[in-house]
Design a binder for this molecule. Structure first.
Ligand code: CMC
Length: 440
């Protein structure tokens, strides 16, 4: 086995080196503190492996993404989202019978408890749907309390996958003041979601095939992405043995942030702003480069991808195809393409290896499907569910797993005596300055 050497205060220490199945190298520092007394300091965890995993492989330099060994391009070309859920959660592609049984269960667990419908009324209609989703998913643990043995866990996994699509569609209906449309058992996962989103009681609704395919693609591309911010959150919360629903609810909250899944909403808002500004791309590129400005090109850059994000490549092409098939155009697609071109010619972006990420083109597709901007991150969450679940389950089933508990380097005040309030008051009054006399 390979070893890594570390020298500290004149003493040498050796640590085992773990090589992954795709030749990634990790130095196992599990014993670092016990042997050296020091800890590893890595804010943002850019160099820290928090676990070993068999779910997803990413090579950010080469733009490779694989779920359980299968390349994302091949999965995206021909799998169904239900198949991908099965693959991620159970580790292998389902047989025909396994898929039929799994899809059947996903369908038959789609209804939410009738009492939960009232929860929606408790939120203001303007509430962000990510807030509603996070609260509703946490609430599921009030209804499905058992989850200790594997059988219960498996059932809760199905319930979660099935019910989140209903919760997501209901939160949209609530936001526009329309009656809820109940799930239908004769529809596939993706068709059912679109039906609950867009059907109205007064007229029949047939899910357009192009929308069904676009949604299937979008969900698959978001399905897992190894130890990103929300997934790490799910694993961390799960490491304290919190239940599945509570852990996923935390992941939803983490995803909501604009540097993570919330970027898809911000991209469209940015493109709309550029359009309103008469298409002045350079102004936005310059703002993103200005160290004095907080502005970033949303949908650009990635912690792991330093060449291209394969999901963005697939989505850029799909956005153009779907718009053509729907017979519509979207001025924001042209703005996005131009912005990408201008940014990628700019040394600032080239040197920092900043490329469009998954969020850059996904919003154009959601818009074409009639999904409102505020729902974009909910769509991301719906797609990411199987990944979160698989990662939560992997952590739970790992006999070596421990509660997540990072350490820190303390830079605050050293030990000093506490000063009681009375003494502080006396001190403060002694230091109060007399008001200055203002000459008349
Ligand atoms: N626009 C302008 N400059 C950027 C951008 C951007 N979008 N992203 C990174 N930079 C610059 C950054 O200012 C820094 O420059 P310098 O070295 O001069 O200080 C350098 O590039 C490195 O950036 P970083 O913030 O250290 O990189 P990170 O790995 O910590 O952050 C990121 C990754 C995705 C948070 C960041 O690129 C970003 O804020 N992008 C915009 C938000 C976004 O699109 N998020 C979605 C990510 S993909 C979907 C998901 O999985 O969440």
């Amino acid at each position: 086995m390979k070893k890594a050497k570390l020298s500290l205060d004149g003493q040498d220490y050796e640590f085992p080196v773990l090589v992954g199945s795709e030749d990634e190298v990790g130095i196992d520092f599990t014993t670092l503190r016990n042997t050296t007394g020091a800890i590893g300091l890595d804010p943002g965890y850019g160099n820290t492996g928090s676990c070993t995993s068999t779910i997803t492989f990413i090579d950010g330099e080469k733009g490779i993404l694989q779920y359980r060994g299968y390349p994302i391009e091949e999965i995206a070309a021909s799998a169904s989202f239900a198949e991908v859920c099965y693959l991620l959660v159970y580790g292998h592609l389902p047989t025909v019978d396994e898929l039929r049984d799994f899809s059947d269960k996903l369908t038959h667990h789609s209804m939410i408890h009738e009492a939960m419908k009232d929860f929606f009324q408790g939120f203001p209609p303007t509430a962000h749907p990510m807030m509603v989703l996070s609260a509703m998913v946490a609430s599921l643990s009030a209804y499905y309390t058992r989850g200790a043995v594997d059988e219960d866990v498996d059932l809760n996994i199905i319930r979660l996958l099935a019910k989140v699509k209903t919760i997501a569609a209901f939160s949209y209906k609530r936001s526009i003041g329309q009656p809820f449309v109940y799930p239908r058992n004769d529809l596939s996962f993706t068709e059912d979601f679109l039906h609950m989103m867009f059907a109205v009681p007064s007229e029949p609704y047939v899910v357009p095939d192009v929308m069904d395919r676009a949604l299937n693609l979008l969900l698959i591309l978001h399905a897992d992405h190894e130890q990103n911010c929300s997934t790490s959150t799910v694993r961390m919360v799960g490491s304290s043995l919190s239940n599945l629903f509570a852990s996923i609810s935390s992941g939803i909250s983490a995803l909501w942030g604009p540097l993570h899944g919330g970027a898809n909403q911000k991209v469209i808002e940015m493109l709309e702003q550029i359009r309103a500004d008469g298409g002045d791309y350079q102004k936005y590129v310059d703002m993103a480069k200005d160290p004095e400005s907080d502005f970033r090109l949303m949908g650009f850059g990635h912690r792991v991808y330093k060449n291209f994000d394969p999901r963005a490549t697939i989505l850029k092409e799909a956005a153009a195809d779907v718009l053509a098939e729907l017979g519509t155009t979207d001025p924001l697609l042209e703005i996005a393409k131009n912005l990408e071109r201008i940014a990628l010619e700019d040394p600032f972006f080239v040197e920092r290896k900043l490329y469009p990420n998954v969020d850059f083109y996904s919003g154009i597709l959601y818009r074409a499907m009639g999904i409102p901007t505020e729902m974009f991150t909910v769509m991301f969450a719906l797609g990411r569910l199987p990944g979160w679940i698989a990662q939560w389950k992997e952590g739970r089933d790992d006999p070596k797993a421990k509660i997540s508990r990072p350490r820190q380097i303390y830079l605050g005040a050293t030990k000093r005596p506490f000063v009681p309030l009375e003494e502080r008051v006396v001190k403060e009054s002694a230091t109060v300055k007399e008001p200055e006399l203002v000459p008349a």
